[in-house]
Write a protein that binds this ligand. Sequence first.
Ligand code: NDP
Length: 490
Amino acid sequence: MSDIQTHLFVIFGASGDLARRKLLPALYRLMQSEEVARRCYVLGTARTDWTDEQFRENAREALRDKGYAEQEVSEWCTRNLYYQCLGEEGNDYEGLRRRIEQLERHRDLPGNRAFYLSLPPSIYRSAIEELGEVGLNASPGWTRLVVEKPFGYDLESARALNDHVHQYFSEDQVYRIDHYLGKETVQNLLAFRFGNAIFESIWSRNHIERVEITVSESLGVGGRGAYYDQSGQVRDMVQNHLTQLLTLTAMEPPTSMSATAIRQEKVKVLNAVQQPDPATDAVFGQYEAGTIDGESVPAYRDEPDIPDESITETFAALRLNVANWRWQGVPFYLRTGKRLSAKLTQIAVRFKGAPVSLFQESGQPCIPQNAGCEMRSNELLITLQPNEGFDLRFEVKAPGGSGKMELETQQLSFSYQDAFGPVPDAYETLLRDVILGDPTLFVRADEVEASWQLYAPLLEAESPVHAYEAGTWGPNEVERLLPQWTSTAR
Ligand code: NDP
């Protein structure tokens, strides 16, 4: 028996890119599962003047592009409805409420409603207010509000948005999306850390030298230039996605796997991270023209909608210190950028080396302080995309060597794809959790504020932005933070 109750899933911004590429396909796939099948009705809304049939055709096209069976898609689409509630002249939330109530009466629905704001961030406030003012913040069943990223622009605006949301909705109704949390491999970090005591016992400053978190993209800003130029890489990627990876890597074991226990530990980590100093702990960059996979790509400033004189960062590298008993003194390096050499999301944990190295070319033992002493370290690479999996690197004796012991690095590897086949899309996981009422993988109000607070000095400072060639790993100045990064594509 499924815990999923029959409900109405209302998408605001149903004619947009996210709805087409992610939300509608995720809802379709969920409906193919036994637990959701026939329990979900979709109501799209936007400014576009569509009929139900035009909305269905848009969904059919989106799903056709993904190769789903025509017959099943068409059947699913008959359950989807559309209402033009947003308009240039004014919005019609009263009309939306009436439409919802009418629909629930006709289809005998119990009044469970999810409202997904897939709208431009500039109109989150008005949408939330209007939902509240017409009484759509409560219903005979459950009511849940899903808010897309970005949640705020800085600490002040995130606080103001939280206050605004809480005027109309209680925190347990709110689901702030960071789609990274829906990725199987990100959730697997919890299983990996807390289901395997062998790693947990060495997961601290006693054994770890440093942690590197890389989220690199080979793509540029695409059609998002106007939005992106106002935000940059710290707001667009660091404050949310990389920070989520940091908290999951560094958090203490929760007292249970409940949403409250997990989110509590994540906030504790964030509160322990010291604010980075823009002058010493951060390097920013912006891409110049270059070549990626054999193709020439333009400079950031030559992308559509980007001003010629833009100084927005498309690359950021940071060093953070988590000032608590487990991590004090272990640097966490964060690196993310657009138009880098490869698409890669990876957490690289570098363990401390042996105190004395016995395997030197000279045959003499040495310690790290000796000039030329080559120390080797074990590394654990947790790759979240592409080719999700783990690699644990260690040293073995290379065969032969005529009496000399020569070491070679080898690795134990686990591939998610080989073990389990394709992993579900993050949005499928997250939408299922919304309709199940499980907030574990969503960002709590205090968490989003703690994260903005952490980066406040970087957002306020006017730091230099160094040029880097597209197709490289960022500006040369990154070496100032860390000369050699461990992360590599699998
Ligand atoms: P789009 O611009 O493609 O779509 C925006 C939607 O909002 C459209 O359906 C538009 O429809 C509607 N809309 C309603 N009122 C307005 C208005 N006043 N101005 C402009 N549009 C309006 O955006 P996306 O779908 O890409 O993004 C939606 C949200 O999701 C944003 O907050 C974005 O940050 C977030 N997001 C998007 C991702 C993506 O991959 N696309 C990834 C992560 C987050 P109409 O014109 O018919 O009114």
